[in-house]
Design a protein around this ligand. Structure first.
Ligand code: 3PY
Ligand code: MG
Length: 261
């Protein structure tokens, strides 16, 4: 089976920089994936696409060296199965709040007798190779999003879930759950909690990932010890680049892009 380069980099201790796609376009996916990111995540939770667009976006990512990942819309095993069948080499699942949810998530990503993923000839085999069935359980990454107080309350048990490869922090929802506003601002309590999750993951040899506002914030997170960082999403990058050109053309400065994420 085609190796999972994200998993290989993680095991080799190399940093992973992950792009995040919210625009439903295979061309935009191809442009972003061609920039040298280690992985590219198609975001079906907050991204503006459904399965049909996500499929073509995964195909576009697949013609580049970047590893195709997805964020599924929710903990829904049939949806997760379809995204894996479409060739995703890793699933980031939102709002894993309990150990039971973590077990269900891992089970949805693994063929029997480890889990309950159903087998059907699909694009995963074209991308992965003919030995996909025998190798997929050890190749596909399972990353549980930790983004609530409820998850923090049961963090150790979630992190101890057999077969879980790692976690991915959603700072916006985590902030909301702690009674703060979303928006990626720094806050001492939020940073304390993020540090606690990072230590818990690292102590168990799990991959620790996090969504970041931009490249500089992502770089700082790598220095803190995160393995995988996402320097914002495609819509934000487009908004920032467009605003900067607009202002340069007008000979003005000072305005900020209106991207929202
Ligand atoms: C969050 O910040 O809550 C996220 O889910 C980032 O994608
Ligand atoms: Mg979130």
């Amino acid at each position: 089976m085609r190796p999972n380069l994200v998993k290989q980099k993680f095991l080799a201790g190399e940093p992973i920089v992950n792009a995040w796609l919210s625009i439903p376009s295979s061309y935009a996916a191809e442009v972003v994936a061609s920039q040298g990111f280690d992985s590219v995540t198609v975001d079906l939770q907050h991204g503006m696409m459904g399965f049909e667009s996500a499929l073509t976006m995964l195909q576009a990512v697949s013609i580049t060296p970047a590893t195709p990942l997805v964020r599924c819309p929710s903990l829904n095993p049939p949806e997760i199965m379809k995204l894996l069948d479409a060739g995703a080499y890793g699933v980031i699942c939102p709002s894993i709040d309990t150990p039971e949810m973590a077990r269900q998530f891992v089970s949805a990503c693994r063929y029997p007798d480890v889990g309950q993923r159903s087998f059907g000839p699909a694009r995963g085999l074209l991308y992965g190779g003919p030995d996909y069935f025998s190798c997929a359980n050890d190749t596909v990454l399972t990353l549980a999003m930790i983004e609530s107080q409820q998850a923090l309350d049961q963090l150790d048990a979630i992190l101890d879930t057999p077969g879980l490869d790692g976690i991915y922090i959603g700072p916006n929802d985590l902030a909301l759950s702690l009674g703060m506003k979303p928006g990626m601002q720094t806050n001492a309590r939020l940073e304390e909690v993020i540090g606690q999750i990072l230590r818990g993951a690292r102590d168990r040899g799990l991959l620790a990932g996090i969504f970041c506002s931009d490249g500089a914030a992502a770089h700082s997170r790598l220095e803190e010890g995160f393995h995988l960082v996402t320097p914002g999403n495609d819509a934000n990058a487009l908004a920032v680049a467009s605003t900067s050109r607009l202002l340069a053309a007008r000979g003005a400065g000072g305005a900020t892009a209106r991207s929202g994420y």
